[in-house]
Design a protein around this ligand. Structure first.
Ligand SMILES: C[S@@+](CC[C@H](N)C(=O)[O-])C[C@H]1O[C@@H](n2cnc3c(N)ncnc32)[C@H](O)[C@@H]1O
Length: 285
């Protein structure tokens, strides 16, 4: 099994759009890249098509803030794999970022089959699903979907539609410090982000604690509901969400969690290998 692939790939400024990220983003690149690598190397011969779906894809390059380092971000990491996916479907609501990703992909990976969708992934979900090759007898399609929003702007209904297909998910849950800036909005009864995240209009009557994404009880409420949601889609063996920590003012704080879902035992086994490897190193620093 190939676990040696290093997803942290430094690149030069190419003059196209490059958003800035905090250094804590590196662990997510490590994990998504390493899982994608195990996924394609082990599944390539077993399935007719392997599809990578990036619902919040951004531009393919990211600059690490306060440094001059530019590295490939999720979609370009997935395109750089030694064993690529058969098809890539990338979506971003920012036209400049999705156009930059498309330009980079066509320049560096003209041989790959890729579709770039501009818009809100929750609204574009039918278009995204239509791009996944059809399953026919003897022609299996297995997908890996990376969900990487800034906050909690992924609707469970979007995940439900994808989860009906054969698909593994890696979802960044913006709990902990990463989501602190959003918490005030969520308390407003007019704010429907959590309702859409859980697909549950009654969540305010089911949760009575502090609506604060860095609060453990609120995080536990959200993660438990999300797990229940995935269980209802047939994802029975659900791993604990992986906390990504960062040292801030001398203290180790949880910045976000990564939730992994697979209907397949082997998928869960691979995620455990990847997650433990990710704990051991931060490649650039
Ligand atoms: C955290 S960044 C994603 C980063 C990217 N996966 C990477 O590897 O760096 C979130 C991205 O999602 C986009 N975005 C925000 N809301 C969106 C939505 N509802 N649908 C699609 N894209 C969205 C933003 O423009 C931004 O590029």
């Amino acid at each position: 099994m190939q676990t040696s692939y290093n997803p942290i790939i430094e690149v030069d400024d190419d003059g196209l759009a490059i958003p800035e990220i905090g250094p804590w983003g590196i662990e997510k690149y490590n994990l998504v890249g390493r899982y994608a690598n195990i996924f394609t190397t082990t599944m390539r011969d077993k399935w007719h098509s392997l599809v990578y779906i990036d619902l919040f894809s951004s531009a393919g390059y990211a600059k690490i803030e306060k440094t001059n380092k530019i590295i490939k971000s999720s979609s370009m990491i997935a395109m750089s794999l030694p064993t690529p996916f058969t098809k890539y479907i990338c979506c971003d609501e920012n036209i400049e970022l999705i156009n930059a990703l498309q330009t980079r992909s066509k320049r560096d990976f003209p041989h790959l089959q890729a579709k770039f969708i501009h818009g809100n992934c929750n609204e574009k979900i039918s278009e995204i699903i239509n791009e996944i090759p059809q399953y026919t007898a003897g022609k299996g399609v297995l997908s890996f979907c990376f969900v990487d929003p800034f906050a909690l702007e992924i609707n469970f209904n979007t995940l439900r539609q994808l989860g009906r297909l054969k698909m593994d998910f890696l979802i960044l849950i913006a709990t902990g410090m990463a989501a602190k800036r959003n918490e005030l909005n969520y308390t407003k009864t007019t704010n429907s982000t959590i309702e859409r995240f859980l697909d549950n209009p009654n969540w305010r009557s089911e949760y009575h604690g502090s609506i604060d994404t860095s609060d453990t009880s609120f995080t536990q409420f959200l993660t438990k509901k999300l797990k229940n949601g995935f269980q209802s889609l047939g994802y029975s063996q659900i791993e604990d969400f992986h906390p990504v920590r960062y040292r801030l003012n001398g203290k180790s704080v949880i910045l976000y969690h990564l939730a992994f879902f697979s209907k397949n035992k082997q998928g869960n086994k691979f995620w455990n290998i990847v997650k433990n490897y990710g704990n051991e190193q931060m490649t650039l620093f």
